[in-house]
Ligand binder design. Structure first.
Ligand code: MTE
Length: 324
């Protein structure tokens, strides 16, 4: 990843107390779920505090949903982030993302589906059973973490909108709201906002592809992609797009943010692969966070980030060097 100049300071935002937020959520949950076609709620914006979620615990069923590796402490997950909308420094997202309004929030699903529509955050929270997944996250920059996410399979979300057989790829977009995202206001940046990502439809329907709404048992911290993000554990972290507002099922391969900036460095597939070096560094090893000079915690990187058993069949016959 590259650096893109300096970022201006932002104003502080209004904070609603946790109990107010929780009461509202409880009422909303009782009201039940619905897909509301293409319209937006206009409620008073509130900032989310971390809320407890109820979910089923990750179990070691052999599907890759659980790892017994030591989890990265919550404090490190929250403070060492990549979220360029809030700046390019690792601690910028923690410093600046409190300004992000995550409620109300709408997720629009369009394209090659029989029932296009918009889900509001409250629909999402009341529609899908939440489960924990303890996944490794391997960044293309050669650091990694182990994170207990809370969420639900992307396949369940897509099924609600009834994909057509013409849907070959899925495109995701992050919110683009410069007034709350200082990183997008930089005059020197070369990112064409909004941040975009994409998956092949079979990758999107794979049971490991997760829509996360929480981590460590609570709602997502803003800097980690609140209120809803993607987590694709066998791919480099940049595929795991944060704060998603739009999903489109499409016929041809979508253009994605990092591939557009540097196609020779960041491929569309971005499957974790120690055999395929980044042009500027090796991908053979990774720093498992938190680490330090005296405790480097350097470990070998595994093909598909250790999820080979689960995902290798998606790529049978493909040249992984060419389609990196
Ligand atoms: N999503 C958006 N919208 N903007 C970003 O800059 N960075 C990506 C990914 N999702 C990014 C994003 C990268 S490079 C990584 S490694 C992961 O988020 C990091 O997730 P984390 O900060 O929650 O660990």
């Amino acid at each position: 990843m590259k650096r893109y100049g300096k970022f201006p300071k932002i104003n502080s935002s209004e904070i609603t107390s946790e109990s107010n937020y929780l009461n509202r959520r409880t009422l909303i949950k009782r009201a039940g779920a619905a897909i509301i076609p293409c319209q937006f709620l206009t409620k008073n914006p509130v900032s989310a505090s971390s809320l407890d979620l109820s979910y089923s615990r990750a179990i070691d069923s052999g599907q890759g949903f659980y790892t017994s590796e030591t989890k990265t402490p919550l404090e490190d997950v929250k403070k060492y982030c990549n979220f360029y909308e809030f700046g390019t420094g690792k601690t910028d997202p923690e410093k600046h993302s409190h300004s992000l309004t995550v409620d109300p929030w709408s997720l629009d699903v369009q394209g090659e589906v029989r029932s296009p529509g918009t889900l509001h955050l409250e629909d999402i929270l009341s529609s899908f059973e939440l489960e924990e997944r303890i996944y490794r996250l391997r960044c293309v920059e050669a650091w990694s973490m182990v994170i207990p996410w809370i969420g639900f399979p992307l396949s369940k979300l897509l099924a609600r909108f009834e994909p057509k057989s013409s849907a070959k790829y899925v495109e995701f977009r992050t919110l683009y709201r410069p007034s709350e995202m200082p990183g997008t206001r930089s005059l020197f940046g070369s990112i064409d906002w909004p941040y975009r990502e994409g998956l092949r439809i079979d990758e999107a329907m794979h049971p490991l592809s997760l829509m996360a709404i929480g981590l460590y048992g609570k709602t997502l911290p803003n800097q980690n992609g609140a209120p809803i993000r993607l987590v694709v554990p066998w791919k480099y972290g940049f595929k795991s797009i944060k704060s998603i507002v739009s999903i489109r099922l499409v016929r041809s391969r979508p253009s994605t943010t990092w591939e557009k900036i540097a196609p020779d460095e960041y491929g569309f597939y971005a499957n974790v692969n120690p055999e395929v070096s980044h042009p500027r560094w090796s991908q053979r090893t990774e720093r498992r966070l938190p680490n330090s000079l005296f405790n480097p915690r350097r470990i070998n990187t595994k093909l598909f980030n250790g999820y080979t058993e689960q995902v290798a069949s998606l790529y049978t016959g493909m040249d992984l060097r060419k389609y990196f």
